[in-house]
Design a protein around this ligand. Structure first.
Ligand code: GDP
Ligand code: MG
Length: 712
């Protein structure tokens, strides 16, 4: 290739990165010195002729940043914006990458045609620092040429690459820094507003928006002259409020932190011993937490700790609530003489809705734990550690954050996959998310683990269930990625934000929000489901059963027993009649129909009903069990659900395990399937997925049940 058009190149970099030395090495004797307009900063300009074209090189002043504070920064920025050089060469000091990359990242934001000269490569080699240049190229989205201006190494290659970049013959996709979601939202909005302003046509709107959020003087000056300013200013204020609410800080700080998080992540990924020598507290914590060997066990220990806390702190609170509901049942039941009305209240509302509400403490504790991990910055580390594992499953660590969100609820988790650029990564992640056990399934685990296992084992059982979910989810993603969703994995920086002690206010805020949402769900969706289930389990009425009950009552009345004894006998007869009525009801018949399919898993027809109703919302599995099992429960005293289940012959530890596994894996709730359809774009794959999920759940529960039977 020769005879292409001429090229202008700007050299940028931190002071003392070796710009002038490189400039000399490239241009040799062809130099002249002038001044940048309006300032006393010298402008060195030179050229080199390469393959029949002239490459003009301008040595820009050294800067650490592109904020318009110092004259050097202003000159550099204006030159890049106004003169539009064909290529911007960013000279970085190889042994000091972390500090140097701050400028690189800001050049990436400007979306210039970037080429990185990894200078002082001689020092890098001497100090034994290893840099994964190939990986770093992907992350920065620009070619990197190792150079040594002092030893005149890499100069030819640098010139050659300048020509290639200018011609667009580089073959590396530009990469964009992803800021925090609040910042990204504000950027989209502001850039959108700016793009409607005719006078700002040739400007880089996203970059201007970043600068505005950073309170950049020059950007303000530019945009303020135009009518669009009124709306931009409003959007800026909204962004400030939003960042304050979510992070207790302003967008400017957040943007700086996001840049540092990007750089820290890139350093961890591409540079051996990145913090040799000086290390901040964050760096020192990271050397332990991100350690190749210790990282994964530490992560598992942290998650295990959260489950221990969820269970052991939650258990006494749950028992307290249960006691309150029992008191209420005991006080209210005798006042309702009509058995059907009594059944609505005690078996329906108190067992069904109450049975879910009592797990409120566990839910709140789990969410406090998760939001603590998120806000402290540890979650990003976990994602970094998991990244290595995820790559083996064809996924990226970035998929991990949506997956963790899935421990709360699948719906926001599925929507959070929008941060993934590659469609195949997104789809695989979406299909893995429903296996991340959501908060709605927690009550069932707490109930069954607590009822059938000693307290010390219960939390471990739950932990095991969650691990199983993660394993099946990753396996599913891997299967998809290695067959229908095959694709190149995209370069991503795993951002590592600074550690931060979450404020009490934000933790309380999160916890209260979750509590309110849970109670709202219990009072609306779950209450409605409970009423439907109650009706389906009580109707149609069996005349035979009613007549039998009347006969029994008459016989008891006629007997010569004492008042107390008589009352007890009537209760027993009523319970027995209710159990018979349940079998006769719509729900009973539906359950019977299902029974052959699920009896190999150790489930009787009542569990079958609970599984079907659980499709509305997973908490309803517990509600249904609460309603149905207490309808048939022949006890004199109101008892808590765990006690009732333990005394029920159809339940055993093996059934409990099998049921937990089945509920963990089987069909996601209706709402999350709707969101899935929206994100995937069609029903067909979602329905195919549903079939797959049920099959997996059945097989896993079957194996669990058989193994548990063998061991107990
Ligand atoms: P500028 O401020 O970016 O223009 O940096 P200079 O070109 O003035 O270089 C600063 C110092 O770094 C000088 O002492 C150079 O000799 C030295 N230097 C420049 N490039 C290299 C290199 O590749 N290797 C080593 N070891 N030193 C270099
Ligand atoms: Mg210089």
């Amino acid at each position: 290739m020769s005879g292409g058009r001429d090229i202008t190149v700007a050299l940028t970099g931190n002071p003392n990165a070796g710009k002038s030395s490189l400039f000399n090495a490239i241009t040799g004797a062809h130099q002249r010195v002038g001044n940048f307009p309006g300032v006393t900063i010298e402008k060195h300009e030179g050229y080199v002729d390469y393959q029949g074209r002239r490459i003009t090189v301008v040595d820009l002043p050294g800067t650490y940043s592109l904020t318009p504070f110092s004259p050097e920064e202003i000159v550099t920025r204006r030159f890049i914006i106004d003169e539009k050089p064909d290529v911007v060469v960013n000279v970085v000091e190889g042994a000091n990458l972390e500090r140097n990359l701050l400028l690189t990242v800001q050049l990436m934001e400007m979306e210039v045609e970037l080429l990185v000269a990894l200078n002082m490569i001689d020092e890098v080699e001497e100090k034994g620092i290893s840099i994964d240049v190939k990986q770093l190229q992907q992350l920065l989205g620009s070619h990197i040429v190792p150079t040594s201006a002092r030893q005149k190494r890499g100069i030819e290659a640098l010139i050659d690459h300048i020509a290639r970049v200018a011609d667009g013959r580089i073959g590396i996709a530009k990469n964009k820094l992803a800021f925090s979601p609040e910042v990204e939202r504000a950027l989209d909005k502001i850039a959108g507003l700016l793009s409607h302003e005719r006078e700002l046509d040739g400007a880089n709107h996203r970059w201007l928006a970043i600068k505005l959020l950073e309170n950049d003087r020059e950007a303000y000056g530019l945009v303020r002259q135009h009518p669009v300013w009124v709306r931009v200013e409003l959007a800026l204020q909204e962004a400030i409020i939003e960042c304050e609410r979510m992070h207790r800080t302003d967008p400017e700080v957040l943007i700086t932190e996001d840049r540092q998080a990007f750089i820290r992540g890139a350093m961890q990924e591409c540079v051996g011993n990145p913090h040799a020598g000086k290390a901040t507290l964050t760096d020192r914590i990271d050397t332990v937490v991100l350690n190749r060997v210790l990282g994964l066990p530490i992560f598992l220990a942290v998650v295990w700790g959260i489950f221990q806390m969820t269970f052991s702190l939650g258990a006494p609170l749950t028992r307290g609530l249960e006691y309150l509901f029992m008191l209420a049942a005991g006080a209210l039941a005798p006042r309702l003489p009509d058995p059907l009305a009594r059944s609505i209240l005690v078996d329906g509302i108190l067992s069904g809705v109450g049975g879910v509400v009592v797990f409120l403490p566990n839910i709140v504790l789990l969410f406090i734990g998760l939001s603590f991990l998120e806000a402290s910055g540890y979650m990003a580390r976990a994602a970094f550690v998991i990244d290595k594992v995820m790559h083996r499953f064809g996924l990226h660590g970035k998929s991990f954050i949506p997956m963790v969100t899935g421990f709360g609820c699948s719906i926001p988790a599925i929507m959070a996959t929008r941060t993934l650029k590659s469609r195949s990564d997104r789809l695989a992640t979406i299909m893995a998310i429903p296996f991340m056990s959501c908060g709605a399934k927690l009550p069932l685990y707490v109930l069954l683990a607590g009822a059938f296992f000693p307290p010390a084992t219960a939390a471990n059982v739950m932990f095991g269930i969650y691990l199983l979910g993660i394993a099946v989810g990753l396996w599913t993603a891997w299967m998809l990625k290695s067959t229908v969703l095959k694709s190149e994995s995209e370069p991503f920086v795993m951002e590592l934000p600074p550690y931060r002690w979450p404020t009490l206010a934000s933790v309380v805020f999160q916890a209260r929000m979750k509590a309110v949402m849970y109670l709202k769900k219990a009072g609306t969706l779950i209450l409605a489901a409970v009423m439907v289930i109650w009706a389906a389990s009580n109707f149609p009425r069996s005349r035979e059963v009613d007549a039998g009950l009347a006969r029994d009552k008459a016989r008891i009345e006629a007997s010569g027993a004492g008042i107390d004894q008589k009352e007890h006998a009537v209760r027993l007869a009523e319970s027995k009649a209710q159990a018979a009525q349940l079998e006769y009801s719509v729900a009973g018949r539906a359950g019977r129909l299902l029974e052959p399919l699920i009896s190999p898993l150790g489930f009787d027809w009542r569990i079958g009903i609970a599984l079907v109703t659980g499709l509305a919302a997973k908490e309803v599995v517990v509600s249904t069990l609460g309603t149905i099992v207490s309808i048939g429960h022949a006890g004199n005293q109101p008892a808590d659900l765990a006690t009732i289940l333990r005394s029920d012959p159809a339940f055993s530890p093996a059934t409990a395990l099998s049921l937990m596994v089945f509920v963990l894996l089987y069909i996601p709730c209706v709402a999350s399937m709707g969101v899935m359809k929206k994100e995937v774009g069609a029903w067909k794959p979602v329905l195919a997925y549903t079939g797959y999920v049920v099959l997996v759940a059945w097989i896993a529960a079957f194996i669990t049940y058989r193994l548990a039977l063998l061991m107990t």
